[in-house]
Design a protein around this ligand. Structure first.
Ligand SMILES: Cc1cc2nc3c(=O)[nH]c(=O)nc-3n(C[C@H](O)[C@H](O)[C@H](O)COP(=O)(O)O)c2cc1C
Length: 308
């Protein structure tokens, strides 16, 4: 990492979590484990892990202990509340380890709200629509993760420039933008829309810290946005996939099957992923180019540009 850090960026999210940058390393199934979360949090963002990555609560406790030994910075988790996982025991393990940032998906966020709030944490459900946003608000959510069109994983269908201001205006909750954000200029666009932070997934697959295979990382680097297909064929819900990886799949593997390792999800921002870089360098580069993008915008205003 460079000796001189990019200047900090201040939003509601950075203030409440004490972050240097409003950059959340996405929880990614079979990709984001301890190493990636630690690298993002140590670089000034907020690293996360998805709890389904851990086969049981004991494995999760060990992972949280590894994270706690490596960093004192905040980290977050994605907890699935569908009932397929032991979410009560998972929640207790996370709260014991001091986790204060919860992204919920698949299930009613009310299940964890009181316990998380009692320990000083906050809950941010993944939402793709206004109806999900309003339900989350009524459930007591502290903010929303707006998952836009083109996002890696289970993406939505409404693009971020529409979804973020829509959710902000209609729910009044803080909104974090997820989907298609891999560069500082894209982060500047999201913050200009009113987002208090961004979730970066696809770009962080092409890092040494991600536990994706070398072939998967190479495919993310090689792919263009036209290679990303939105399909509900694999999981039953619409998600974005690298075309070549799902063309090989006749039917969805069993839960827990190793074959999932060869089914590669990624978002359209593969367009901005040109090479493998350490996650900390990506956070720094995004923060630096965010500053450049803001400066370029300022030059478009007549009062800051006497020649026009
Ligand atoms: C391979 C992959 C796996 C993902 N798995 C999860 C997951 O388990 N839980 C979750 O909340 N989001 C998951 N996501 C979505 C991300 O958290 C995030 O919303 C998304 O990657 C942001 O869009 P981007 O990929 O365009 O940066 C996944 C995304 C990818 C690319």
């Amino acid at each position: 990492m460079p000796n001189v850090l990019a200047p900090s960026i201040r939003t509601w999210l950075t203030e409440v979590y004490g972050l240097r940058y409003p950059i959340i390393g996405a929880p990614m199934f079979l990709v984001s484990y301890e190493e990636l979360a630690i690298a993002v949090s140590e670089a000034g963002g907020l690293g996360t892990i998805p709890l389904p990555n851990y086969r049981d609560v004991e494995a999760l406790k060990q992972a949280l202990a590894v994270i706690r030994r490596a960093t004192h910075e905040p980290v977050g988790v994605n907890i699935h509340l569908s009932g397929r996982f032991e979410w009560r025991a998972q929640l207790a393990a996370c709260l014991d380890a001091g986790v204060g940032f919860f992204i919920t998906s698949l299930g009613d966020p009310r299940k964890i709200m009181d316990d998380v709030h009692a320990s000083g944490g906050r809950v941010f459900p993944d939402v793709v629509s206004l109806s999900q946003g309003l339900k989350s608000r009524d459930a007591g959510a502290d903010g929303l993760v707006a998952v836009g069109a083109g996002a890696g994983g289970h993406g939505g269908t409404v693009p971020i420039p529409v979804l973020v201001p829509y959710l902000l205006a209609e729910t009044g909750l803080p909104v974090i933008a997820a989907g298609g954000i891999s560069t500082g200029a894209q982060m500047a666009a999201a913050l200009a829309l009113g987002a208090c932070g961004v979730v970066v997934g696809t770009r962080l697959i092409a890092t040494p810290e991600a536990r994706a295979s070398a072939a998967y990382k190479a495919a993310v680097i090689a792919a263009g946005p036209e290679d990303i297909v939105f399909s509900d064929r694999i999981t039953g819900n619409g998600a974005n996939w690298i075309r070549q990886s799902i063309e090989r799949v006749a039917q969805s593997p069993e839960i827990g099957s190793r074959r999932w390792r060869d089914i590669w999800s990624a978002g359209q921002s593969v367009a901005q992923v040109a090479r493998l870089l350490p996650a900390g360098e990506i956070v720094q580069e995004m923060a630096r180019t965010y500053g450049e993008a803001c400066a370029a915008l300022r030059r478009t205003l007549p009062e800051d540009n006497p020649q026009t």
